[in-house]
Design a protein around this ligand. Structure first.
Ligand code: NDP
Length: 280
């Protein structure tokens, strides 16, 4: 059994980015990321803190706009417009989830596609579907990096993605398809989920249910990617029952120390790509 090690692989990505940032800084060009955070959700606060720390490590300018929980759609949109117009900012993201009274899709559509650090904008989602270059959602992009850097070629593999969200499941399936895997997408209405997961050469779990994927649901020798981030008794755990599934898997990503680290590294990559494009 081999570990898809997010700590090692994200450090590798960061080292590559740092070199690119240093080159830009030498020319007086500072890449910048702005995060817009609404409310006090503790998980979101933690993620935003990690994004700020990554910017500081790599020498990026970082700005966080904090809006109160009861902020209006107008105020949120004003903050996005300001970020779009700020020449010091090359990547913009609105931390999800937003409080229920706000329209997340409208907010995402307001971000300039070139500054869309999360790759969630319709234009960038469309480019992804068509296989054209553009910012790609960070988590699935991070998973693809992990696979490639670990020498795993998914060509011809049966890939099963459990979860069909716009931010993880759907883009994940598209990226795997582009790399020539044969992809099945499962969700909460899937009949006999285990029959699908058991024939997966590569299984990606993006469900949001702790230890949901058990050893009897996986094929011996499979590649298991755990995207889940669930907090149980104050500790993070994934969607995969790691302790038991690892006995059957050939490759498996742990939580923490797996996909989460890659997500941040890919956010930095998207921001630096946007900055390089903006500076020309
Ligand atoms: P969503 O809640 O948006 O989507 C969950 C998906 O899982 C849905 O498609 C849902 O199906 C499906 N699902 C739920 N229950 C079942 C079930 N019993 N059987 C099969 N499918 C099921 O979550 P996200 O995609 O945003 O996130 C998924 C997980 O990944 C979460 O734990 C989240 O915290 C984590 N995450 C981790 C990141 C990282 O950096 N590591 C980044 C982003 C997310 P349906 O569509 O039918 O409702």
């Amino acid at each position: 059994m081999h570990i898809l090690d997010g700590k090692v692989l994200s450090a590798q990505v960061e080292a590559e980015i740092k070199q690119r940032v240093d080159k830009m800084l030498a020319k007086g060009q500072v890449p910048g990321l702005e995060v817009i955070l609404v409310g006090e959700d503790p998980a979101s606060q933690l993620y935003v803190g990690n994004k700020e720390k990554a910017c500081a490590r790599l020498g990026l300018f970082s700005k966080t706009v904090r809006l109160p929980e009861n902020t209006t759609q107008e105020k949120l949109e004003e903050a996005i417009r300001e970020a779009n117009e700020n020449p010091a900012v090359h990547g913009v993201l609105v931390q999800m989830p937003l409080p229920g009274h706000l329209d997340a899709n409208r907010a995402i559509e307001l971000i300039l596609p070139d500054k869309d650090a999360d790759g969630f904008h319709n234009v960038n989602f469309g480019k992804l579907l068509r296989g054209e270059p553009g910012p790609v959602a960070c988590t699935p992009q991070g998973v693809m990096y992990m696979l490639k850097a670990s020498g795993i070629d998914v060509t011809g593999m049966d890939a099963v993605v459990v979860g069909r969200s716009n931010i993880v499941g759907k883009p994940m399936a598209v990226l795997l398809m582009h790399q020539n895997a044969t992809v099945t997408i499962c969700h909460s209405k899937t009949r006999n989920l285990a029959a699908h997961t058991r024939r997966a050469d590569i299984l990606v779990a993006a469900i949001g249910k702790p230890k949901f994927i058990t050893a009897d649901m996986v094929k011996k020798g499979a590649v298991i990617v755990d995207v889940g981030m669930n907090r149980v008794d104050g500790k993070f755990c994934g969607d995969v029952d790691f302790e038991h599934v690892k006995e059957k898997a050939n490759w498996i990503s742990p939580v923490p120390g797996g996909v989460g680290r890659m997500t941040i590294a890919m956010l930095m990559t998207n921001t630096v790509n946007a900055a390089e494009k903006a500076f020309g």
